[in-house]
Design a protein around this ligand. Structure first.
Ligand SMILES: NC(=O)c1ccc[n+]([C@@H]2O[C@H](COP(=O)([O-])OP(=O)(O)OC[C@H]3O[C@@H](n4cnc5c(N)ncnc54)[C@H](O)[C@@H]3O)[C@@H](O)[C@H]2O)c1
Length: 302
């Protein structure tokens, strides 16, 4: 099949692109013509240490295949270093069109045993890291009237997973960030979406068991690369990708129970209607806070 989705003249930043999923995104974006900032701190899976090797190896791979890329070794976790990653794109390639917030670490612990340091370390990389890189990139994209963001969440953040309160909270926070970037970016053709991947990488090698052989990180790549493209018109959405399945997560809302305008129901009355309140056999997918308020307005009118 010939490539119809291309990235000529586009500049992409992929954080945490020295291995695992990020490497796949960087290689394919570059193969399709993007100039890529391959950012990676090069530390261990729990965040310790740093090395230039991981980012350099991916840049070498891209250049050997005839593509264009530069390495960035800054950590996403500080505002100044986040800004330096965007500066790298501006210095090397004059612009930034695409940001894939992908860098991540794990510090799993059951909630009762989790230290404040373990909470901070994970939130600093995943959630603050996405703010630190997106903020300067968004300002630039707004000026030029074009941008694509993909933020990396996880089923752990969307649905919950034992031992991952820090990671799950950070990953759910990324959905909040993406939703607002989608709304604030809309009139500048800035689109912001979320990916929840499932793939065998160093981060998941001890967790996937029998599934490990069936979830190649390359299989996540097409969804992310599409969301980065000019062809992608969708924004404010969350996609799951892994093991060859591509699907959409969404936040739905049922009609619920309407107690009546300007009326405070008793606790017992509310309890009587609990199944109606919980019933998800029919629902809508409101696209913003305003849409939820509109749904309420509809009930006032009826
Ligand atoms: N593999 C999965 O099944 C899965 C599932 C859900 C979410 N994710 C998310 O996907 C993303 C990629 O993870 P992966 O599975 O490829 O693991 P990975 O460990 O191979 O990749 C993460 C990369 O981020 C880099 N990194 C870590 N801290 C950094 C920092 N402060 N600044 C810059 N780079 C940093 C690491 O060096 C590493 O190369 C992560 O955000 C992860 O949470 C992965």
């Amino acid at each position: 099949m010939t490539d119809t989705i291309t990235f000529d003249e586009r500049v992409a930043i992929v954080t945490g692109a020295g291995g695992g999923l990020g490497r796949q995104y960087a290689l394919e974006l570059a193969r399709r013509g993007a100039r890529v900032v391959v950012n990676d701190l090069g530390g261990a899976v729990h965040g310790e240490g740093a090395s230039t090797r991981a980012a350099d190896a991916v840049v070498d791979e891209i250049v050997a295949a005839g593509g264009e890329a530069v390495a960035s070794y800054d950590s996403v976790s500080e505002p100044e270093t986040g800004e330096a990653i965007v500066e790298k794109a501006l210095e090397a390639f004059d612009t930034v069109d695409i940001v894939v917030n992908n860098a991540g670490i794990l510090r799993d612990k059951s909630f009762a045993k989790m230290s404040a340091e373990e909470v901070d370390a994970v939130i600093d990389v995943h959630l603050r890291g996405a703010f630190n890189v997106s903020r300067p990139a968004f300002a630039h994209m707004k000026d030029k009237g074009y941008g694509r963001f993909v933020h990396t969440s996880s089923n752990s953040g969307i649905l919950g997973n034992f031992g991952q309160a820090n990671y799950g909270a950070a990953k759910a926070g990324l959905i909040g960030l993406s939703n607002v970037l989608a709304i604030e970016g809309e009139k500048y053709d800035i689109r912001s979406n979320v990916i929840a991947p499932v793939a065998m990488t160093r981060m998941t090698e001890d967790l996937l068991g029998a599934f490990a052989d069936f979830v190649d990180p390359a299989q996540v790549m097409p969804m992310v690369v599409y969301l980065c493209s000019e062809q992608n018109r969708h924004t404010h959405e969350i996609f799951s990708a892994g093991g060859g399945r591509y699907a959409r997560f969404f936040i739905g809302m049922n009609e619920g129970w309407f107690a009546g305008a300007k009326r405070v129901p008793s606790v017992e009355e509310l309890a009587e209607h609990l199944e109606e309140i919980r019933d998800i056999s029919a629902f809508e997918v409101p696209a913003s806070s305003n849409e939820e308020i509109n749904l309420l307005g509809r009930q006032f009118q009826s």
